[in-house]
Design a protein around this ligand. Structure first.
Ligand code: FE2
Length: 364
């Protein structure tokens, strides 16, 4: 059952008592709280093109059935959930309808709580950011499609960032869902051919005026990171660590990436991992961010994958990438106090799997 208001009050109280210098008003608290639902299986995925459905005679989105078979508690749709790519809202709406028309999507929605954010294509434009002229209208379509309740905080402000908190303290998992598009400044693409070894055109910028999340979302995120939780999952449409491929990622705006890591340290956010999508393959990345091993589990390719992009360089990669169509999973073992992160194929077979004890996920 969805319940915003009591948790908004609770969050305001927690922040009031834990941080007297930055008291939050009730309106700034935007979480959805499911206290009685302890979760252990968080599935996720991205890059689902409904156009593939007819061509594949219904097989293109079979991973949604696999998510149900795995009895996931939630499925986090990490973006490129459809390929809107238009400023015509009637066309956009038809493209959402094409996802609705997919039987396996409806099967997953009927059986698994769906949490969603967007990436560029379902925001509305390839590699898009704050210059996309229809972002307000696109937000409306998104919230309507994913049936955000009428009193959802996401309907009352720009951007679709939000958070979900499950379970009582001791077994509490918070999923922080970021919006990496609505406020993002446009980054210049390098001119000319791609650099050797890269598969995209972007490079880390030195311009520290460029933002990825925008002021309001940063302020909100800082509050969210102070909410007590035993496991915290950061859902980002784009990869948070890998940066050498020239694709869109947090590494393109290193000052924003550092700001995020500094916040984790400031609030001693243990047992925190990222999940990401966008890139059309699956890989696990890990980086020491100053005494803390930060993991980013990427799953991309419900319908579309690319071997070329998968094998491009990533010095933070652990093990091998996979370019099978895949969905991701974070499994929490509350009794053994560990996380298992990975991805799996249409048959449910693991492609990537890595266990991380809670004791590793602390600031040293
Ligand atoms: Fe994308």
């Amino acid at each position: 059952m969805k319940n915003y208001k009591p948790f908004s009050i609770l969050l305001s109280c927690l922040i009031f008592f834990s941080c007297s210098s930055s008291q939050a008003s009730k309106s700034e608290a935007t979480s959805e709280f499911h206290e009685d639902k302890v979760i252990t299986k968080i599935a996720f995925g991205s890059c689902s093109n409904p156009r593939a459905y007819k061509r594949s005679k219904g097989q293109s989105h079979a991973l949604f059935n696999t998510v149900v078979d795995k009895q996931a508690d939630v499925f986090v749709f990490l973006g490129d959930n459809i390929y809107g790519d238009t400023e015509d809202m009637l066309v956009f709406k038809k493209k959402y309808q094409a996802l609705e028309d997919i039987k396996s999507f409806r099967h997953m929605r009927d059986n698994t709580q769906i949490i969603a954010t967007w990436d560029d294509h379902d925001f509305g434009v390839n590699d898009g950011g704050n210059t996309y002229p229809k972002r307000k209208e696109s937000q409306q379509l998104f919230l309507d499609f994913f049936k955000d309740p009428a009193d959802s905080p996401r309907r009352q402000r720009p951007g679709i960032y939000t958070s979900y908190t499950f379970g009582k303290l001791g077994q509490r998992c918070q999923i922080i869902v970021l919006d990496t598009r609505y406020f993002r400044d446009m980054l210049p693409r390098a001119k000319g051919p791609k650099k050797e070894g890269t598969v995209g055109w972007y490079e880390p910028t030195k311009d520290t005026s460029k933002t990825l999340l925008g002021d309001a979302q940063w302020k909100w995120l800082e509050q969210e990171l102070q909410v007590p939780a035993d496991v915290r999952i950061i859902a980002s449409s784009i990869q948070m660590l890998s940066y050498e491929k020239g694709m869109e990622n947090w590494g393109n705006v290193p000052h924003e990436q550092k700001r995020f890591f500094d916040l984790l340290k400031k609030y001693n956010c243990q047992n925190t991992v990222a999940i990401s999508g966008d890139v059309h393959f699956s890989e696990l990345s890990k980086k020491d961010i100053g005494g803390y091993p930060f993991y980013d589990m990427t799953s991309s390719g419900i319908t579309n994958t690319s071997k070329n992009w998968a094998v491009a360089p990533n010095s933070f990669r652990i093990g091998k990438p996979s370019w099978e169509r895949n969905a991701g999973m974070v499994e929490i073992d509350w009794s053994k106090k560990s996380l298992r992160v990975g991805s799996f194929d249409i048959n449910g077979k693991p492609l990537i799997q890595h266990t991380i004890p809670f004791e590793e996920l602390t600031f040293k």
